[in-house]
Design a protein. Structure first.
Ligand SMILES: Cc1cc2nc3c(=O)[nH]c(=O)nc-3n(C[C@H](O)[C@H](O)[C@H](O)COP(=O)(O)OP(=O)(O)OC[C@H]3O[C@@H](n4cnc5c(N)ncnc54)[C@H](O)[C@@H]3O)c2cc1C
Length: 449
């Protein structure tokens, strides 16, 4: 039982118990699969609020979890304190130093929009509504992964509240062990209250997507597989077979169709981009051509991720290589002639800059894998969660010869529950455990291993 009144006197933001008005809205997650019911929700308005909440939790032997948007919810929080960071929405861009300082509640779309007027861009993920801090703690692979690497490679400083309730900075010279761990180590380390990242000069991209209709899915997927073997190091592509429901929220040309979308991003001139995309554009008749010059401010148009909260079931992983045999497996399970209960099978091409760690090293896992895979289903009356999970399991089984042993923690699956351990090599895991032991010896920040 948490003494709410005692905690309220120490915190400026809302401190709510499950029976208080506004509790449900406060703890709601983007992922509709989980309803959080912590003993107490703390809506932090400053790093001081965070420090007070953590100190209170430690003194009262309560676990602390953290939520920004809830895109990364993998289990329901049923006890302790849940710190909600969405009010930590400070965001500043310094064009002179090309640095952005981003509060823990800020989403990628806001950072992209704030940097664009200066001709600058962060290295974001595919979705504008994912929280920048939660994403960066997992490394982060976005539409520019091959030209620019993992997003956490651009972090210069974290402001962190540790389990001791102290606010510290982690960067190359202060707490370098914590800095190493926060870039890819994800959880069990503290509450990040703000992060400083380096921006890159980027006014325009050659980017977007090429959509192929059902009869051409086979040819387009096989052409993409071949394309990746010799792709330009600055071109990042991914491919997704998408079964769009026949529902009003789906844009008319895609409604009720099964299509293959090739996403393309090249941070260079339109002429070079067009040349580099020619083999993909010519692979088969293109149903929708949405690839061209793209303001960097519109980078989210490349993947067009859903922004509305969703109850999706996801399986993510990494694969070592793609080949025509792998294409056959994907087409057998998810091609135009198949009828899987899941909606999306996506493969992203990494390698190039993503395979090179920062000079001082980081806890990003999976750098040696060249591709990621994501299978995504949205339960509905025709395909309940159990049916989707089983079918995902069958496809994952068929993909096993290609799956990497180490994956990336941001794409950890929630089928049936999240398991984080395969996100790092044994050496990284050992080093992470040592850092967690130093900064959170009593396990104030539970993190499923
Ligand atoms: C639609 C969609 C698109 C995505 N696209 C990509 C992508 O392109 N590339 C990619 O790499 N990943 C992607 N992801 C995965 C995403 O990066 C992770 O789920 C990430 O954890 C989400 O962060 P969040 O803060 O928005 O979510 P939350 O659920 O709020 O946070 C997730 C976890 O991050 C940690 N965390 C969050 N904030 C803090 C903090 N301030 N201090 C300490 N820990 C914190 C906590 O452990 C928390 O449980 C995507 C996910 C979705 C649902």
């Amino acid at each position: 039982m948490v003494e709410l009144e005692a905690l309220r006197t120490r915190i400026t933001g809302p401190v709510l118990g499950p029976l208080d008005p506004g509790f449900e809205e406060e703890v709601a997650a983007w992922s509709l699969n989980y309803t959080h019911t912590p003993d107490t929700a703390v809506g932090a308005t400053s790093s001081r609020d965070v420090a007070e909440a953590v100190a209170f939790a430690r003194d009262n032997d309560l676990p602390v979890r953290i939520q920004s948007t809830g895109h990364g919810s993998h289990e329901a929080v049923t006890d302790g304190i849940l710190i909600l960071t969405r009010r930590l929405d400070q965001l500043s861009i310094d064009p002179a130093t090309c640095l952005a300082t981003i509060g823990a509640g800020v989403q990628w779309g806001a950072v992209v929009a704030a940097a664009a007027p200066y001709g600058l861009a962060p290295i974001p993920g595919s979705s504008p509504t994912v929280g920048a801090v939660g994403y960066l703690l997992g490394g982060g692979v976005g539409p520019l992964a091959r030209s620019h690497g993992f997003s956490s490679d651009y972090v210069r400083d974290f402001e962190v509240v540790t389990a001791a309730g102290e606010t510290v900075h982690a960067n190359e010279s202060e707490h370098p062990d914590l800095f190493w761990a926060l870039r890819g180590g994800k959880g069990g380390l503290g509450v990040v209250t703000q992060v400083t990242v380096r921006l890159v000069e980027l006014a325009d991209l050659y980017g977007g997507s090429l959509v192929f209709d059902a009869p051409n899915i086979d040819t387009a997927l096989r052409a993409w597989v071949d394309y990746t073997a010799t792709a330009d190091p600055d071109v990042t592509t991914s491919v997704a077979i998408v079964r769009a429901p026949d529902l009003p929220f789906v844009p008319e040309p895609l409604r009720g169709r099964t299509v293959l979308s090739i996403r393309f991003a090249y941070p260079g001139s339109a002429a070079d981009g067009e040349r580099l995309a020619a083999a993909l554009r010519g692979a088969a008749p293109v149903y929708l051509d949405m690839l061209g010059e793209l303001p960097a401010a519109n980078i989210a148009d490349i993947h067009n991720d859903p922004t509305a909260p969703s109850a999706s079931i996801a399986h993510g992983g990494m694969i070592e290589r793609v080949d025509q045999e792998l294409a056959t497996v994907i087409l057998d399970h998810a091609g135009a002639a198949a009828t899987p209960p899941y909606a999306v099978v996506e493969v992203r091409h990494l390698g190039s800059r993503a395979s090179t760690d920062v000079p001082e090293g980081s806890a990003v896992g999976g750098r040696t894998s060249e591709f990621t895979v994501n299978i995504l289903g949205i339960p509905n009356p025709g395909a309940p969660a159990r049916v989707i999970s089983e079918a995902v399991g069958v496809l994952v089984g068929a993909l096993t010869p290609w799956l990497a042993h180490v994956t990336t923690v941001n794409f950890v699956s929630n089928v049936p529950t999240a398991v984080h351990a395969p996100s790092w090599s044994p050496e990284q895991r050992e080093r992470l455990a040592a850092v967690r032991g130093r900064y959170d010896p009593e396990g104030v920040f539970p993190f499923s291993r």
